[in-house]
Structure formats: C-alpha cells, structure tokens
Ligand binder design. Structure first.
Ligand code: 13P
Length: 258
C-alpha cells in the first residue's frame, strides 16, 4: 500500500452544471502531486460526461455507482460497460448512502449485491473503490462490534480478492457512517485501530499479499484541518472526501499525504 489515494465524492452536487468548472478548477493544484498520490473524483452521474475531460491529466473520474449486470433492461442504472466505453477506469460502489444507512435508496444494496458488482467491475478490467463502514449504534458498542460489522461487509468479496492479481485495483474506503457529513471525524487513533484491524482480518481471511497490497482510505468529515494527523497513521492510505472535495482545500488534503 505504497501510493496514497484521495477521492473526492461530490455526491449529488452541484445543483447547477455552471458550477462544474469551479469545482474542477479546485483540483488544479493537485497536479504537482499526482506522481506521488492517486486522485479520483466522483461527480454525480449526470455530470460525469460533462467533466470527464476537464481535469488535469492523471485525475480519474469515477462514477458513484454501477449496476451488477451490464447493459440491458435496468432503467435508471449505469453499466460498467458504458463506464468503460467512456474511457473511465474506476467505479465507486457500496457507499453508505447507497447501502441505505441514511434511509436512501430503497431497496438497500446488500453485501451480496456488492460482491456481484465488484466481480463485474474487475472482470471488465476496471478498478473499484469499495466503501464500508458502521453506523453510530455499532460504534457505540466498541471496536469489536465495529470490526464485526465492517468485515461482514467484506466477507462476500473474499474469494474475489483472493483471485485478484493486482491488489491495487481494489481500494477499500472505510467510512464510519456517523462521521459522514457530520463534522465529527474519527480520531486518528480510532481510525487507525479500525484500519489496522481490517488489514489483519484481510490477512487472515484473504492472504498476506492482499493485506499488504490493498489500500484503505478513510472517509468521514475529512478536511484540510484533520488530514495531516490522520495521514500519519500507518494503515491510513488516503482519504475519500465529501464536503471538502467541493472546496479548494482538497489540495491541502492531498498535500497532507506527501
Ligand atoms: P464528508 O467528507 O462530507 O463527511 O463525506 C464523506 C463521504 O461520504 C465521502 O464519500
């Protein structure tokens, strides 16, 4: 897990596409760091095509979701095949806002469905950011419950990870649900404890090569103010940034990893 990785998840923003050039330009300052840090941006589905060629070269544009079965009768969905056809190489899946942790959407996206999506994405030769995380009631029960919940979200992809030759193609984004959009960040030691436990679990459930090669990003109210401290933790390989990725401070978040 050598090269850090930072993602900007714009979620369902901005309201007007006229704002896109400003949001894209916030990432210009990242150009200097791209040889030492992977950077991807997840614009809303409607905006992907509008911005995909506007970023400085080296920044990946990654849709926020995809379906599990390619093109066909899937109204309202996006197929990996279409994503690939646009020249995009990464997809984000399993965000808690898709898994239904915020009550949206219905039905919930299950762990099993996530595994099917991941397999499809990898079979098509693309990379994947795979989001996991626990809600507040689980965090309140303590670290063991947290690890149990998060590893439950990973269990179904164990066979897929075992087979994966290039471990850098899958990035796990650990996003505690209680930290998303709340301004409450996991403390560096809290995040490290979880990342490290997840990596150990991967070493046992999958294998040592995967545990070493897979990157684990932290997400949840990451910003320019807390990125440095978090980035100093051994098992934090980067960030998945929501709110702050809509602001110029995204550059400082990347810089924190240098
Ligand atoms: P915030 O950084 O706004 O908390 O969002 C995190 C997130 O959900 C990124 O996917």
């Amino acid at each position: 897990y050598s090269q850090p990785i930072v993602g900007g998840n714009w979620k369902c923003n901005p309201a007007s596409h006229s704002t896109l050039p400003t949001l894209v330009s916030n990432f210009e300052g990242v150009a200097d760091y791209l040889s030492d840090c992977d950077v991807y941006v997840c614009p809303s589905n409607l905006h992907v095509s509008l911005v995909k060629d506007s970023f400085v070269p080296g920044i990946s544009v990654a849709p926020q979701n995809c379906n599990f079965g390619g093109c066909g009768a899937y109204t309202g969905e996006m197929a990996v095949d279409q994503i690939k056809d646009l020249g995009l190489d990464t997809v984000l899946i399993g965000h808690s806002e898709r898994r239904g942790e915020f009550g949206l959407p219905t039905p919930k996206e299950s762990n099993e469905l996530m595994a099917t999506k991941l397999k499809y994405i990898l079979d098509q030769g693309l990379k994947c950011v795979f989001c996991i995380g626990e809600p507040l009631p689980v965090r309140e029960k303590g670290i063991e419950a947290v690890v149990e919940e998060c590893t439950k979200q990973l269990e179904d992809i164990v066979p897929i990870l075992k087979e994966l030759e290039d471990k850098s193609r899958v990035v796990i984004a650990y996003e505690p649900v209680w930290a998303i959009g709340t301004g409450v960040t996991a403390s560096p030691s809290q995040a490290q404890e979880t990342h490290s436990a997840l990596r150990s679990w991967i070493a046992t459930a999958v294998d040592a090569k995967t545990a070493e090669g897979i990157r684990i990003q932290y997400g949840g109210s990451a910003n320019a103010g807390n990125a440095k401290e978090l980035s100093e933790m051994d098992d934090i390989d980067g960030f998945l940034v929501g709110g702050a990725s809509l602001k110029p401070e995204i550059v400082d978040i990347v810089k924190a990893l240098m």
